[in-house]
Write a protein that binds this ligand. Structure first.
Ligand code: GTP
Ligand code: MG
Length: 460
């Protein structure tokens, strides 16, 4: 296979086997084994999730992915503004306390992001551990991060989340309100240490990012396609179905945290580079998006986004909206996009026309059964072919390297012997032309459609 088509794993993508299971600061635990939790939320009155049989279904799935057992009845308060002290109102806090006791749960998981104060007050009122959605997502990311890069990315996000919440850890050392005791001093020291660690990690990540940018740039000669979509939409399964990649796919949220790139043959001698990456979710903590910038580099550089949608989900349009918000955050919202309606084997057929009317540019597939894959391949083939140019190249039969490159990289539709050289008529992506030229002994033996052939100085 010609150089440039295979994407080798960079060190940042290789599993980090020796990494400690806990982060060095010891502040943020990633272990949450066999805990029993009750779910709670404050939702605005017009929240579309009230139309679902289970408004907190996604939070339940997140909890399950984090290894938490969800028990008892959920507490959902309809309320347009959060109570500044406890998020939920008094009555709902009391109800929550009763449900916790009934279910024998040790933890409450909130769907809302809680301020440090709200969380403190709730823990005091309930006498139980309180965690919020952001923390749960960070937790899942932490336990799924396998590479040195993704581990650092998660650690930065966790530490930034923990920084304003540090006080709690040291409150037991505080002698009382208004007195600066050892706890206060310890807190200052600790904040400084955390900030220092964040800076260290960011410096290390900068190196990863610069390497990634260089790597992505060198692939510029290929047409690049990125799979994006809500978590669990089936991106990795589709990647496996389209290429011979062996990417981890599972019925859990955020199964993928890194980017994998593989060559995908979409037509005769037309290969594109296909990348699979981390999934998105509603209200993805922005710190997380920021720290995963390097991982998302492929998306921002792609020529085409395949936006994978789980058509069998009760609310696929909500997911599309959430994904587009994240794309906007990373500056990829103006890209060419094709909506891939996936899991059609599990979707009621009458749903599909409705989705197709609401979303332009769609194709139906099932990554699981293979239905629609050929059509998807055809569409991508056409898109990749769109910007291609007609090129004519003359080669001496002894130019073996250039010959091999041509045959592997371009669509050749005519080959003729002309003046003791072989003339090739081919179509290829404009970005390939530079490489093609560099392989030729005589750089003028290549003509591009619409381009003036190079003149010799005496021809003017
Ligand atoms: N019925 C059905 N299930 C599918 C299909 N495609 C994927 N799945 C299932 O959906 C689940 C999620 O698949 P993944 O490929 O891991 O999803 P992902 O989008 O990569 O998820 P993250 O990496 O977690 O963001 C798995 O249990 C798959 O078996 C499909 O076409 N039909
Ligand atoms: Mg995946």
């Amino acid at each position: 296979m010609a150089k440039g088509w295979t994407a080798e794993k960079s060190p940042a993508e290789r599993p980090d086997e020796d990494a400690p299971q806990r982060d060095r600061s010891g502040l943020v635990s990633t272990e949450r084994v066999a805990e029993r939790a009750v779910l709670a939320a404050r939702l605005p009155r017009n929240d579309p999730r009230f139309d679902r049989p289970e408004p907190l279904g996604e939070l339940a799935l997140l909890a399950k992915t984090a290894g938490v057992t969800v028990v008892g009845e959920q507490v959902v308060q309809k309320r347009d503004r959060p109570d500044p002290a406890t998020c939920l109102g008094k009555g709902s806090v009391t109800l929550l306390s009763e449900r916790l006791a009934e279910a024998g749960a040790e933890v409450v998981i909130f769907d809302n992001e809680l301020s440090p104060r709200q969380r403190r007050n709730l823990e005091k009122a309930l006498g139980k551990k309180v965690i919020d959605r952001t923390e749960l997502i960070l937790d899942i990311f932490a336990s799924h991060a396998r590479t040195p890069q993704s581990r650092r990315q998660v650690e930065v996000a966790q530490l930034e989340y923990a920084l304003p919440r540090l006080r709690k850890l040291w409150s037991h050392l505080d002698p009382g309100v208004g007195l600066r005791g050892p706890g206060e001093k310890q807190l200052e020291v600790d904040r400084r240490l955390v900030r220092k660690r964040i800076q260290e990690l960011k410096d290390e990540l900068k190196v990863f990012r610069e390497r990634k940018e260089r790597e992505v740039k060198t692939r510029k000669e290929a047409f690049t396609v990125s799979l994006v979509g809500y978590t669990n939409a089936g991106k990795s399964t589709l990647m496996n179905a389209l290429t011979t990649a062996d990417v981890y796919a599972a019925d859990q949220l955020f199964a993928t945290l890194d980017t994998r790139t593989r060559a995908w043959e979409v037509g005769h001698n037309r290969r594109v580079l296909l990348s699979d990456t981390v999934g998105f979710i509603r209200h993805l903590p922005h710190r997380l998006v920021e720290s995963f910038h390097a991982t998302l580099e492929e998306v921002t550089q792609a020529d085409l986004l395949l936006h994978v949608v789980d058509a069998s989900d009760p609310q696929p349009l909500e997911q599309v909206k959430a994904v587009r918000e994240v794309l906007k955050q990373i500056g990829a919202d103006q890209k060419d996009e094709l909506i891939v309606l996936n899991k059609i084997d599990a979707t009621p057929p009458e749903e599909l026309p409705y989705l197709e009317r609401r979303l332009a540019n769609t194709v139906r597939v099932s990554a699981k059964t293979g239905v629609g894959i050929a059509e998807l391949r055809q569409i991508v083939n056409e898109r990749a072919a769109k910007g291609e140019l007609d090129v004519r190249v003359w080669l001496d039969v002894r130019e073996g390297k250039a010959l091999a490159y041509l045959e592997s990289a371009a669509e050749i539709f005519a080959k003729e012997l002309e003046d003791e050289r072989i003339r090739f008529d081919l179509r290829c992506h404009p970005r390939l032309i530079g490489t093609l030229r560099s392989h030729l002994r005589d750089p003028d033996a290549l003509e591009v459609e619409g381009e003036e052939p190079a003149k010799e100085p005496w021809e003017d």
